[in-house]
Design a protein around this ligand. Structure first.
Ligand SMILES: *Cc1c(COP(=O)(O)O)cnc(C)c1O
Length: 456
C-alpha cells in the first residue's frame, strides 16, 4: 500500500489536550435554555445547584467560554486510559473494496467499555471537590453506571445507581462490575422512591425506562444531604467533557496530515457525537472548514429523524427541568424487541439546535442491519463493537459503499464508542436469526407527542 498512514495514530502525553472545547461559544444561535417546569422561566444557577454540583452548573450554563481548563487531577486520570487511538480501518476498506479511507476513534479501551468514563471522572471530581458525600444516577445498558462507579471508587465517593429494570435482569454481569467498584445498584422503577412507587402503581409490571430511572435518581439526590445527581449524556456539560474525543481526533489527524470529509457518530443522548464533532463543528461554525456530519439513530427510537423540536420533560416522572430538544415525548418507550441501546426519548439541546440549523444530518437504521454491520466489522477489524457504536459502523460502511459506486476517495471518520461484551444476548438473537426490526407507526408517535408540555 502506497499510503504511509499508520494503522493507529496516538498523541503523546505532551500532545494531549489540556482544555475542553465548548462548541456553544461559537454558535450564533445558542441552544435553548433549560426551563423551570413550574414557572416556565429559564433555570437559574441557584435552582440547578440543588440538583447538580456548582462547578457543573457553571459549565452547563456557560454558552460563551470556548476553552475550559481540564483540572490536573482529571488529566491524570485521563492518562490511565487515554489517549485513545485513531485507527485507519485498512482491513475494512479492503473487505469493502472501497476507494474511501475509513478511520475510527476507539473509546472502548477501559473497563467501562465506552466513552462515558470521560465525563464520569469529571463529574465525580467536581462533586468531590465540593465536599459532597456521593452522587446518584441512572443507567440503562450499564456503561454509564459502570463508568461512574469507577470514577467514584477512584475518588472515594459514594455512588447510587438506578438501573433500568430490564437491563438489571438481562445484564447481571454489568451490575456486578458496578458493585465491584462499590456502587449500590437498584432496579428501576423501585419502591425506594416516591416517584418509583407512583410509576409502579400506574404501570404494574413495567420493565422501566431511562426516563423513570432518571426521576428516581434525581429524587434521591435532592432529598439526601450531601448528594447530587449526575447524568451521563444529553447535558451541555457532558458534551463539553466528551470534547476530549474530538480534540484528540483533530490533533491526531493534523499529525498525519489528513482531513475527514464525513464524520459519523451514533446518537443516543448525543454526548459521544457532540464530543467527537466539537472541534470540527467549531471550524464549520467559524467558516474555517466544512464537513458532512451525520448522526445515526435507531429506527425504533428516531428522535432526530421523526421527533419534534420542542420543550419536553427529560424524565418520565417530570421532576427535571424542561429541555428544548428533538424528542419523541417523555412517555416514549422503544418496543420490547429493541436491543441496541440509544433508547432515550430526547436529544442534547446543543445537537438539536445544530441539527435544526442544518449544520448536521441524521439518519435512522434498523437493528438487524446494525448487527450485520457489527458482525462484518468484528470479523475484519477484530474489535467486538457495542450495538450503539454499530449504528455508526452501519452508516460508515454505507458511505464507503457509496464511494465505491461513485469512485470518490472520501475520508470517512466514525466514532467507535465502545465494546459489546455485555450485549451477547442481543448478538445471540442476531446469530440465531431471531432478531426482528420494529419501526414505530405515526399513530404511536402522535400518541407520545400528545404528552409534550404546552410551551412556546
Ligand atoms: C451510552 C453510549 C452511547 C450513546 O450515548 P451518547 O450520549 O449518545 O453518546 C453510545 N455508545 C456507547 C458504547 C455507549 O455506552
Amino acid at each position: 500500500m502506497a499510503d504511509k498512514i499508520p494503522y493507529k495514530t496516538y498523541l503523546t502525553e505532551e500532545e494531549m489536550p489540556t482544555q475542553w472545547y465548548n462548541v456553544r461559544a461559537d454558535m450564533k444561535q445558542k441552544p435553548a435554555p433549560l426551563l423551570n417546569p413550574g414557572t416556565g422561566k429559564p433555570m437559574t444557577a441557584e435552582e440547578l445547584s440543588g440538583v447538580f454540583c456548582e462547578e457543573l452548573v457553571k459549565q452547563e450554563l456557560d454558552n460563551d467560554t470556548p476553552y475550559i481548563d481540564i483540572p490536573r487531577e482529571i488529566q491524570d486520570f485521563y492518562r490511565m486510559y487515554r489517549p485513545s487511538p485513531l485507527v485507519r480501518a485498512y482491513c475494512l476498506e479492503k473487505a469493502l473494496d472501497t476507494p474511501a479511507k475509513i478511520y475510527y476513534k476507539f473509546e472502548g479501551n477501559n473497563t467501562s467499555g465506552s466513552h462515558k468514563l470521560n465525563s464520569a471522572i469529571a463529574q465525580a471530581y467536581y462533586a468531590k471537590k465540593q465536599g459532597l458525600k456521593g452522587v446518584t444516577t441512572e443507567t440503562g445498558a450499564g456503561q454509564w453506571g459502570t463508568a461512574l462507579s469507577m470514577a467514584c471508587a477512584y475518588l472515594g465517593l459514594d455512588c447510587k445507581v438506578y438501573m433500568v429494570k430490564v437491563s438489571y435482569e438481562q445484564k447481571p454481569f454489568r451490575r456486578e462490575v458496578m458493585r465491584t467498584y462499590g456502587a449500590e445498584v437498584t432496579p428501576s422503577p423501585s419502591d425506594t422512591t416516591e416517584v418509583g412507587r407512583k410509576i409502579l402503581a400506574e404501570h404494574p409490571g413495567t420493565t422501566g425506562s431511562l426516563g423513570c430511572a432518571i426521576s428516581e435518581a434525581v429524587e434521591v439526590a435532592v432529598s439526601t444531604e450531601g448528594y447530587r445527581y449526575v447524568l451521563g449524556s444529553v447535558l451541555n456539560q457532558v458534551l463539553l467533557h466528551q470534547s476530549i474525543i474530538g480534540l484528540e481526533t483533530h490533533a491526531a489527524f493534523k499529525k498525519i496530515g489528513v482531513k475527514p470529509d464525513v464524520i459519523i457518530g451514533c446518537a443516543g443522548g448525543g454526548s459521544n457525537l457532540g464530543g467527537l464533532i466539537a472541534p470540527f463543528m467549531g471550524e464549520k461554525l467559524r467558516g474555517e472548514a466544512d464537513y458532512r456530519i451525520i448522526a445515526v439513530e435507531p429506527a425504533s427510537c428516531p428522535s432526530f429523524t421523526r421527533g419534534k423540536y420542542a420543550y419536553d420533560f427529560c424524565d418520565t416522572g417530570k421532576v427535571c427541568p424542561l429541555a428544548k430538544m428533538y424528542t419523541l415525548g417523555s412517555g416514549f418507550i422503544p418496543s420490547a424487541n429493541h436491543a441496541g441501546g440509544l433508547r432515550y426519548h430526547g436529544m442534547s439541546s446543543t445537537l438539536s439546535e445544530l441539527y435544526d440549523q442544518k449544520l448536521m444530518e441524521a439518519v435512522s437504521v434498523e437493528q438487524t442491519s446494525v448487527f450485520a454491520a457489527a458482525q462484518q466489522f468484528a470479523r475484519v477489524e477484530g474489535i467486538l463493537p457495542a450495538p450503539e457504536s454499530s449504528h455508526a459502523i452501519r452508516v460508515a460502511i454505507n458511505e464507503a459503499l457509496r464511494c465505491k459506486q461513485t469512485g470518490e476517495e472520501e475520508t470517512i471518520l466514525f466514532g467507535l464508542t465502545g465494546t459489546g461484551y455485555f450485549d451477547m444476548v442481543a448478538y445471540q438473537k442476531f446469530n440465531d436469526g431471531t432478531m426482528t426490526d420494529y419501526i414505530p407507526t405515526d399513530e404511536e408517535l402522535e400518541k407520545s407527542f400528545a404528552t409534550l408540555p404546552k410551551i412556546g
